[in-house]
Design a protein around this ligand. Structure first.
Ligand SMILES: C[S@@+](CC[C@H](N)C(=O)[O-])C[C@H]1O[C@@H](n2cnc3c(N)ncnc32)[C@H](O)[C@@H]1O
Length: 208
């Protein structure tokens, strides 16, 4: 099974995001695996006027939220069903585009640059960082930011058959890997889980 086929199968089995969150908002950004939990898009600073690329954009809902705040958004996902679903739900938003592509292939081919590269349980978790990070850095505008989240090492969670390895890394490993690839201001934190749950969420930020 190819990478795209594996993730396509996963996409078809995924539940769509709710129409509104607990606060009654129709769009929102969630870094964690828990609904209505953790920090919001404030982690990125102001996004109005910034060009945001999401690698492994899934339903497109996190990116759509940033576009409602004035960003322009480009969502890239290897599974064709993701582009179709995201366009159906969010295609009406101006300044937001989705494309079916493998993340490294997209980064190699695109002539665009971005102010923010985002990946929420997305491609940054599933592609060898020694291959992906230099490509991301080459497409970030000066001062641009990479921000991503995933489970702490050892956590259960998405690992579709045929999708290859998952690059679980500890906070110290991410600091070393990102710094080694020329990123600066690396910040790694683990967001506490909600009450009654044991697994937190790793949140990583770095500047180009
Ligand atoms: C666990 S899902 C997370 C989706 C979304 N970011 C979210 O928070 O709901 C991982 C997503 O990354 C995509 N993906 C995995 N590896 C990828 C790659 N190498 N290039 C592009 N997309 C990839 C998958 O198709 C899937 O939609």
């Amino acid at each position: 099974m190819s990478l795209a086929e594996s993730w396509e199968r996963y996409a078809v089995g995924s539940k769509p995001r709710r129409a509104v969150n607990a606060k009654g908002d129709a769009t929102w950004l969630n870094w964690t695996q828990y609904a209505d939990h953790g920090p919001d898009e404030g982690v990125l600073g102001a996004v109005a006027g910034r060009r945001v690329l999401e690698l492994g954009s899934g339903s497109g809902s996190n990116l759509a939220h940033l576009v409602t705040l004035g960003a322009t958004g480009r969502g890239v996902d290897v599974a064709p069903a993701r582009e179709a679903g995201a366009v159906e739900r969010w295609g009406h938003l101006p300044g937001l585009e989705f494309r079916t592509a493998e993340a490294t292939a997209f980064l190699r081919e695109t002539g665009e640059t971005f102010d923010v590269v985002l990946s929420i349980f997305g491609a940054v978790w599933f592609v060898d960082p020694d291959i992906l990070l230099p490509l991301i850095r080459s497409r970030l505008a000066p001062g641009g930011m990479l921000a991503f989240s995933h489970l702490p090492p050892g956590g259960r969670g998405p690992r579709p058959a045929g999708a290859g390895p998952r690059y679980d890394r500890t906070p110290d490993e991410w600091r070393r890997i990102l710094t080694g690839h020329g990123f600066s201001g690396v910040g790694v934190s683990v967001i506490d889980p909600p009450e009654g749950r044991t697994v937190g969420t790793m949140l990583v930020r770095a500047s180009a």
